[in-house]
Design a protein around this ligand. Structure first.
Ligand code: ZN
Length: 175
């Protein structure tokens, strides 16, 4: 409040510009910076070199970015948009479970494995069970394996803070 009027004006202009330059990927729901072509997909989803047979499901954008940066995983991603609270009746409004099902239905022919990669917390484990239950029939019908990341991560570990070796082990030991 103590700053002059132009400060607030500049700040609001910057926020508006940022909003114009950021888009949400239509496939993995990641936020990305738009290039001049105004694409609807992020670079990983649009990249033909990305392995279409695996889909890594994570809680949030920062999880995707840390796995992506590690260069250990080369497949597709899906951001669930949150964890499922243990005591909660209306889960559907909180996470993108229907979007995930649609994604599997639309891209299912190429998919061979869905890797659930949530944090090793009670809520992360609960989300793991919830998502498994929700996509079980669909995955079975399309012959897609469901695995969970985590055995290499220590309890309570947040995915985004994991170092490369831990992440590599967790991916190798997924079950
Ligand atoms: Zn994407």
């Amino acid at each position: 409040m103590r700053r002059n009027g132009s400060y607030a004006e500049n700040l609001s202009k910057l926020i508006l510009e940022l909003k114009k330059e950021i888009a949400q990927c239509g496939e993995c729901y990641r936020f990305f910076i738009l290039n001049s072509k105004k694409e609807k997909l992020c670079d990983n989803c649009a990249n033909l070199g990305t392995d279409p047979t695996t889909l890594l499901v994570v809680e949030k954008d920062s999880d995707l970015e840390s796995v992506h940066k590690s260069r250990i995983y080369h497949g597709k991603y899906f951001i669930l948009g949150g964890l499922v609270p243990i005591v909660e009746k209306s889960t559907k409004r909180q996470v993108r479970i229907e979007e995930l099902k649609n994604r599997i239905k639309n891209k299912g022919s190429k998919l061979k494995e869905i890797i659930l990669a949530f944090s090793l917390s009670p809520q992360g484990n609960h989300t793991d069970s919830y998502v498994r239950e929700q996509i079980k029939d669909l995955a079975e019908k399309l012959n897609i394996k469901i695995s969970s990341l985590g055995k290499g991560l220590s309890t309570g570990t947040e995915l985004e803070y994991s170092d490369n070796d831990t992440l590599k082990n967790a991916l190798k030991n997924r079950q």
